[in-house]
Design a protein around this ligand. Structure first.
Ligand SMILES: Nc1ncnc2c1ncn2[C@@H]1O[C@H](COP(=O)(O)OP(=O)(O)OP(=O)(O)O)[C@@H](O)[C@H]1O
Ligand SMILES: [Mg+2]
Length: 192
């Protein structure tokens, strides 16, 4: 009962991040990312990013390296608008992300978190969550893209195998699920 109350409270929580109105159809995304002089602090904390500018060309593969706590994960969360910057601008394909429809923004970014989570279900169900229209062929296609298909078919029940505790499995399936949800336009891997 206490858990249900907590879930209901969560469902009733107002959404603090307002959506913009500018559409960004997945097929139209090029993937250019620009950070213009951004500053950010978590609530009631000191700044973790100050006056940061960065330009990532469309189609570039980049890695961001830094010490623990240097805000690598925070950068990705700001790109997805899990938090709002206090100053500056983040642009995707030249459009301020605050102007974009939130659903479109989040659909065009695939994020594999460093803290991955698997739902209580099969490999296929863990790949497909977030896109219930995906067919079995879509799931296999995404698994092949993530180079996990070979490993999955060797599991006792293949795609119908219940989740395992293997670290590789966890990371790989989460990566795949993001690919499945977001096609191949843009992916963001946060392993640190
Ligand atoms: N939800 C939060 N509330 C308050 N402070 C936070 C929150 N999340 C992260 N921080 C703080 O923000 C700073 C940046 O954290 P972040 O997780 O982005 O670093 P990181 O570079 O990804 O580190 P790691 O290499 O350990 O993954 C740290 O000082 C961290 O303690
Ligand atoms: Mg991190």
């Amino acid at each position: 009962m206490a858990s249900i109350r907590r879930v209901m409270r969560l469902l009733d929580t107002p959404i603090a991040i307002p959506t913009g109105s500018h559409p960004l159809p997945l097929k139209a995304v090029r993937g250019e990312v620009q950070l213009d002089n951004i500053t950010f602090a978590y609530k009631d904390r000191n700044h973790v990013l100050k006056n940061l500018s960065l330009h990532i060309s469309a189609g570039a593969n980049i890695g961001i390296v830094g010490a623990t706590g240097s805000s690598k994960s925070t950068l990705v969360k700001l790109l997805l608008r899990f938090y709002e910057i206090q100053a500056g601008q983040i642009l995707i394909d030249g459009i301020d992300i605050r102007e974009l429809q939130l659903i479109d923004l989040r659909r065009c970014i695939g994020w594999v978190s460093q803290d991955v989570f698997l739902f209580h279900g099969t490999v296929a169900e863990n790949i497909v969550y977030g896109n219930f229209d995906a067919s079995h062929d879509d799931i296999v296609y995404a698994a092949k893209l993530a180079e996990a298909h070979e490993f999955i078919v060797q599991l006792p029940q293949g795609y119908d195998c219940w989740r395992t505790r293997s670290k590789t499995f966890r990371r790989t399936t989460t990566a795949i699920s993001n690919c499945t949800r977001n096609s191949q336009r843009s992916a963001n891997f946060d392993f640190g």
